[in-house]
Design a protein around this ligand. Structure first.
Ligand SMILES: [Zn+2]
Length: 311
């Protein structure tokens, strides 16, 4: 009888791990540092050792665990293989096969943003939905698509890479991916700041933002909430760009709900309401009635979603 499932979320600096009941209750969670040295060759063995230790401490037998789900910060193909993962120092890594050999447990691997979307669908903001799209607005812009209760990974693992959908063919600066004009360049925390600073440089409009030594994304939302004209205008611009991309996605996958997560989503209703207001301009008919919610699991979305992959 399988009582438990394990969720692992591998990040560039730490690995988050959690043991759940198969019913979806988080029993306990912990973190270990990510050792990226020597091509990241210790990452999977460190996870194995740490899990063994946790099993001993909590008296959990190996055969009580359904398996391990693992989220990785890069594209993971359908066979659980990573071609390259810069953040971990990995070259080609057969994550599922290798972790299975180390632990003796069934393993399912996925891209971290896709896995986080699964977490929110399983036990978070979109609980109960079968079709959902999540956008994570953080240092970068990530995305995850869940259709019929399953992650849409794509053949090469690039499905849901919403942050690199082009939104501006006239952009002159390069995105982290090498192209120019990606959503991430406008809708990430750094993107919002970049866009607003540019506006302040090009216009004379009075703004409370001019008094900040170093503007953050939070400052822009806070000043917009207080009614600052420049901040409001740039938040509106951000919401319009996001709405236009989510509108395109709605016309392709028609999800039940859009989940907005990541550090930037802490801005709350100003962001969600702004997107919802602009969204109908980019779709038609019943698609206009799409629903937007804020992610609720925060940094735990990854371990929740990973744990769900194996049950
Ligand atoms: Zn890009």
């Amino acid at each position: 009888m399988k009582k438990y499932t394990v969720g692992v979320d591998v990040g560039g600096t730490s690995v988050k791990m959690g043991v759940f009941t198969v019913g979806g209750d988080l029993l306990f969670k912990w973190e270990i540092p990510t050792r990226t040295e020597d091509g990241g060759k210790y990452v999977l063995s460190d996870i194995t050792q740490s899990l063994e230790q946790a099993r001993e401490e909590h008296n959990i037998a190996l055969d009580e665990i359904a398996g391990i789900g693992i989220g990785v910060p890069g594209p993971v193909n359908k066979d659980g293989v990573v071609e390259v993962c810069v953040n971990l120092g990995w070259g080609r890594t057969e994550v599922e096969k290798e972790l299975n050999a180390l632990t003796g447990l069934p393993v399912k691997a996925g891209n971290d943003a896709n896995v986080a979307a699964m977490g929110e669908v399983w036990q978070g903001a979109a609980k109960g939905a079968q079709d959902a799209v999540m956008v994570t607005l953080g240092t970068g812009v990530g995305g995850g698509i869940v259709l019929d209760g399953k992650i849409l990974a794509g053949v090469k693992g690039f499905a849901g890479e919403i942050g690199h959908i082009g939104v501006n063919p006239h952009e002159t600066q390069s995105c982290n991916c090498g192209n120019k004009g990606c959503l991430e360049q406008y809708a990430s925390a750094t993107g919002i700041v970049r866009m607003t600073k540019k506006y302040l440089e090009e216009h004379e409009t009075a703004s409370s933002l001019r008094e900040f030594a170093d503007i953050t994304a939070k400052d822009i939302f806070d000043e917009a909430k207080k009614g600052d004209e420049v901040a409001m205008l740039n938040v509106k611009k951000l919401c319009r760009i996001l709405a236009s991309v989510l509108g395109k996605i709605a016309l392709i996958v028609d999800p039940e709900v859009f989940i907005i997560g990541g550090g930037v989503s802490k801005a709350g209703s100003i962001l969600i309401d702004g997107i919802a207001e602009e969204f109908p301009n980019y779709v038609f008919g019943a698609a206009k009635k799409s629903c937007f919610v804020l992610a609720t699991l925060g940094n735990d979305a990854g371990i929740y979603g990973a744990a769900k992959l194996v049950i």
